[in-house]
Write a protein that binds this ligand. Structure first.
Ligand code: ADP
Ligand code: MG
Ligand code: ZN
Length: 614
């Protein structure tokens, strides 16, 4: 509607301009003064006229002195006849050059036809605009079907990525080398009858570099990379997803050897028939089309389909059958060495102070993904730029760790003195309990500066990358999670809402101990309730309860036991080391933050230490 009215305005303006131009032209033609025939005759008789140009009934008169005049004759008669009738003598007439011009000039046509043609043109123009309007809408509907794939050509210097730019993920890279070799030289493989996988599925937590690695495969092989995201298939109109798949594969085949990359394939590739809400029909059709295309192309077409997901558990089994995504590559979160090299990759183009030790940063960032580390480096650079400094220093990186973990500091959030005291005791409680218990993660920092959603926090990081946790480990963690709560209770005798997050976390942990890790002696090693996937799949909302009411009661009482025992442990520690707690809290109120070194020296002055045993 908006488009139409805009076009009408444009058409109107064009018309105005035309009209103006036309009137200018015709005015231009009539610039010379008009005289009557009688006057003309007088002038001829007086011998002032040098020539007369006749075009139809218009007379252009040029005088001997160079002046031009205009006049008109009667339509039916010729100029000669008229002059004779007016009694102009032959001699006088012979002095005048008379030219007769065929009325074929632009002016004639414009003058004669335009007045009739103009409205007609107007109407045509209007219809043309309207038709174009409709057509454009059609074209839009048409392009909906076309794939929205972005293509990265191998010769694009800016977008091309190689394995060099992907740190870590050694095994994944090794597996993908084979794909690269095939794409570089398909003939070699086909000659000996090797069957090359059609589909490679990259699996890994968000930010582990799946998208990056897929691009790197194309970059290494020097083939075009067609990139589309699963969610883009499922946009808006039913039936579009499937045709997009068709277009995408058509394009890729034309460009073969090539890679088709379907990012976040879980958006279309979930278990079929399990959709929550509307739109799952669309997903099914799209998924079917992907399967049809993958089944349909021949080995010699050398198009390899890569896909990425962080939810491999929810993928439709049909996707994983042989001949489809039968090659699976897992990307783990980076370990300390990988983290160091990822940091170095992202530091490469930034001015880094020569005293910066990336190893220390890597030590402090267990659990960070590649994307987190890239983000960390970027945050540090932003801070440096904002403070008009030239190089990134160690402290910038350390501060960015917390920023990435917890969101930016909220300096503006002012605590009242009472709130500050409560927060200080709360955080000191967490830290103290964690420090005293031998297997909980060591404390790196305590602060009551609020950050993101947390009012204050105690930063604990595992001393190494952990894959296994012991029961004792969990119990210590549980106690230190309740350390803040216990401290508030012991010191102030009443509780605040500040502990709600801790309590939620502690309860979830206790429930996992009982229902997932088999760490409750009474219940034993049984998984109770399959939680995660089911909601996602829409098979059932909420937790599936696959056990009896009697067991449920027992589970609840075991959870309660874990919590109560942990609370008692925490409370005991708080009471026993009350002096340490007071010192920590006082220091926090003064300074708001205690770093690891200071924390350990305070502990030391009371004969305590953070020595870890596990
Ligand atoms: P995913 O697709 O697994 O969610 P991405 O590939 O989008 O993760 O990674 C996001 C960003 O994180 C990348 O663009 C890159 O800057 C960085 N990154 C992730 N993993 C690595 C890695 N192994 N080496 C270097 N950079 C990485
Ligand atoms: Mg991605
Ligand atoms: Zn807390």
């Amino acid at each position: 509607m908006k488009m139409i009215s805009r076009n009408v305005i444009i058409a109107f303006l064009v018309l105005m301009l035309l009209a103006a131009a036309f009137s200018l032209i015709s005015d231009g033609l009539k610039q010379s003064p008009q005289i009557s025939l009688t006057e003309l005759v007088q002038k001829i008789n007086a011998g002032e006229v040098s020539r007369i140009k006749v075009s139809t009934d218009d007379l252009d008169v040029t005088l001997k002195n160079g002046e031009t005049l205009m006049s008109k004759k009667e339509p039916q008669a010729t100029l000669i006849q008229i002059l004779e009738n007016y009694g102009v003598s032959k001699e006088a007439r012979d002095n005048v050059v008379i030219e007769v011009e065929n009325p074929s000039g632009f002016a004639f046509w414009a003058g004669a036809i335009l007045p009739f043609l103009l409205p007609f043109l107007l109407i045509v123009l209007f219809f043309w605009l309207a038709a174009r309007q409709v057509q454009r809408a059609n074209v839009q509907a048409f392009t909906f079907g076309q794939s929205r794939a972005r293509v990265i050509q191998p010769d694009s210097k800016k977008e091309r990525v190689t394995f060099k730019e992907v740190a870590g993920v050694k095994e994944a890279k090794e597996e993908l080398h084979e794909i690269v070799d095939f794409l570089k030289n398909p003939a070699k493989f086909l000659e000996i009858g090797a069957r090359i996988p059609k589909g490679v599925l990259l699996m890994g937590a968000p930010g582990t570099g799946k998208t990056l690695l897929a691009r790197a495969v194309a970059g290494e092989a020097g083939v075009p990379f067609f990139h589309i995201s699963g969610s883009e298939f499922v946009e808006m109109f039913v039936g579009v997803g499937a045709s997009r798949v068709r277009d995408l594969f058509k394009m890729a085949k034309r460009a073969a050897p090539a890679i088709v990359f379907i990012d976040e394939i879980d958006a279309v590739g979930r278990h079929r028939g399990a959709g929550l809400g509307g739109g799952h029909d669309e997903r099914e059709q799209t998924l079917n089309q992907i399967l049809v295309e993958m089944d349909g192309f021949e080995p010699h077409e050398s198009v390899i389909v890569m896909a990425a997901t962080n939810r491999p558990d929810v993928l439709d089994p049909a996707l994983l059958r042989p001949g489809r995504f039968d090659r699976r590559v897992i990307l783990d979160l980076p370990d300390i060495n990988d983290r160091e090299s990822i940091l170095k990759i992202h530091a490469a183009k930034k001015p880094i102070d020569k005293n910066v030790n990336m190893r220390t940063v890597a030590e402090r960032t267990p659990g960070f993904s590649g994307a987190d580390l890239a983000n960390l480096m970027n945050e540090a650079a932003i801070v440096v730029a904002r403070e008009n400094r030239k190089t990134i220093e160690q402290l910038d990186l350390v501060r960015s760790i917390e920023k990435v973990l917890l969101g930016p500091e909220r300096k503006s959030h002012i605590l009242s003195p009472k709130e500050k005291e409560i927060s200080a005791y709360h955080e000191a409680g967490h830290a103290l309990v964690a420090a005293v218990l031998p297997t909980s993660d060591p404390v790196h920092k305590i602060t009551i500066v609020s950050r993101g959603r947390a009012a204050g926090y105690t930063l604990k990081l595992p001393s190494e990358d952990r894959h296994l946790y012991s029961r004792k480990n969990f119990l210590d963690e549980l106690a230190s999670a309740l350390g803040g709560y216990a401290s508030e209770k012991v010191v102030f005798g009443e509780l605040t809402t500040g502990s709600s997050d801790d309590i939620k976390k502690a309860t979830a942990l206790a429930r996992d101990l009982v229902t997932r890790y088999g760490m409750s002696e009474k219940i034993g090693p049984i998984t109770l309730g399959e939680r995660d996937e089911l909601i996602f799949l829409g098979k059932e909302l909420g937790m599936e309860k696959n056990y009896s009411e009697a067991v449920a009661q027992e589970v609840d009482s075991e959870i309660k036991n874990f919590i109560t025992n942990s609370f008692v442990t925490a409370e005991k520690i708080i009471k026993k080391y009350r002096k340490v707690l007071d010192t920590l809290a006082k220091r926090l109120i003064e300074n708001e933050t205690i770093e690891r070194e200071e924390f350990e020296s305070i502990l030391g002055s009371f004969g305590l230490s953070q020595v870890r045993t596990a």
